[in-house]
Design a protein around this ligand. Structure first.
Ligand SMILES: [Zn+2]
Length: 197
């Protein structure tokens, strides 16, 4: 049982989004970008994860087509770009996320990638689909022409409203979460109960 005393006002939620250079059916996962959005402070941090030389040689060569496609059609980040290596990034993510009560991600794949990195059943990770959140494309269309357009401020690579930037996406998801007044806390409590059964 988590002994931390919790109430809805001190409840700390982070939205995490992950960008991939490569994500294959046989389990090859190359993360290139990740944003952690602190919902309480409304601040975010974005990291760019560089691909090591060995990985480049072993994995990237045979997946060259898919890597190029993802870059051109989605993230635009060169494979060699980044300021932190994968294992340091994983350690940092574990450390930062341990400060939150609940983590929200969009989609099954990202949820499972995140859980693999964190490797901790004590961390509550919820999927936006549990709140009937629209697709990222729908959110983009909803917000791109609004009177108060959404802009990210933590990613140094992408412009402030690039659709496939993880910083931009977490900013959109946070805005959506606020306007809907979703009961994340209630779902968290039910997660806690199921864990203690
Ligand atoms: Zn970005």
């Amino acid at each position: 049982m988590n002994s931390k005393s919790l109430n809805a006002t001190s409840f700390k939620i982070a939205i995490v989004d992950i960008g991939f250079s490569l994500l294959t059916k046989d389990g090859v996962v190359l993360i290139n970008e990740c944003t952690i959005h602190d919902c309480y402070k409304n601040t975010q941090q974005t990291f760019h994860i560089k691909c090591g030389k060995k990985t480049l040689e072993s994995i990237c060569h045979k997946n060259q087509g898919q890597l190029q496609y993802n870059k051109q059609h989605f993230h635009q980040i060169p494979i060699s770009y980044g300021s932190i290596n994968h294992s340091d990034f994983c350690a940092l993510l574990r450390q930062v996320l341990s400060q939150f009560d609940c983590i929200l991600v969009k989609g099954d794949q990202k949820k499972s990638v995140l859980k693999n990195i964190v490797q901790k059943n004590t961390l509550c990770v919820l999927d936006f689909s549990q709140f009937q959140c629209p697709s990222i494309d729908s959110l983009f269309r909803l917000y791109e022409n609004s009177n108060a357009p959404i802009k990210q401020s933590s990613c140094l690579f992408h412009n402030s409203s690039f659709q496939y930037c993880t910083a931009y996406k977490t900013q959109m998801l946070h805005t959506w979460l606020q306007t809907r007044g979703i009961e994340v806390y209630r779902l968290y409590r039910s997660w806690m109960r199921s864990r203690n059964e």
